[in-house]
Design a binder for this molecule. Structure first.
Ligand SMILES: [Zn+2]
Length: 133
């Protein structure tokens, strides 16, 4: 069994690094009282969508229930020891149809830039196949 130990900030740690793509002003947030954990995550929001219900136009049969959701964000943690910078990941969050607002099944994939480029190429390939049909 592997235990995941969350690092704690060393005494005197202050976030000083913020990549240009970061949407947050966490350096300012930290100066205004945010915790180190809140201030060390760089974040940019991205696109997302709720999938609509799809019905057979003739029979009105539901082919896909609506409500599935996908969202993209990009995050990167500032390393607490300042010796390393965490890997920036593009996070693909996918949820199935919400039964209610408290119960849903979902998964988040943390993709590197290389992983994301492979996903883009794969999606483009599959879309092009469908468009040629
Ligand atoms: Zn930032």
């Amino acid at each position: 069994m592997t235990a995941i130990v969350e690092p704690t900030a060393p005494e005197g740690f202050e976030p000083t690094y913020c990549p240009s793509w970061c949407d947050k002003d966490h350096l300012q947030d930290f100066a205004e009282g945010a915790t180190v954990e809140q201030a060390r995550e760089h974040l940019i929001g991205g696109p997302g969508a709720v999938l609509p219900e799809l019905r057979n136009i003739v029979g009105e049969q539901i082919l896909r229930p609506g409500g599935g959701v996908w969202n993209l964000t990009t995050t990167q943690d500032t390393a607490l020891d300042k010796a390393t910078v965490g890997i920036a990941t593009i996070n693909l969050e996918v949820h199935d149809v919400f039964e209610n607002r408290f119960q849903h099944n979902g998964v988040t994939l943390h993709l590197t830039v290389g992983d994301a480029l492979e996903l883009i190429a794969g999606l483009t390939h599959q879309v092009n196949k469908l468009l040629q049909a």
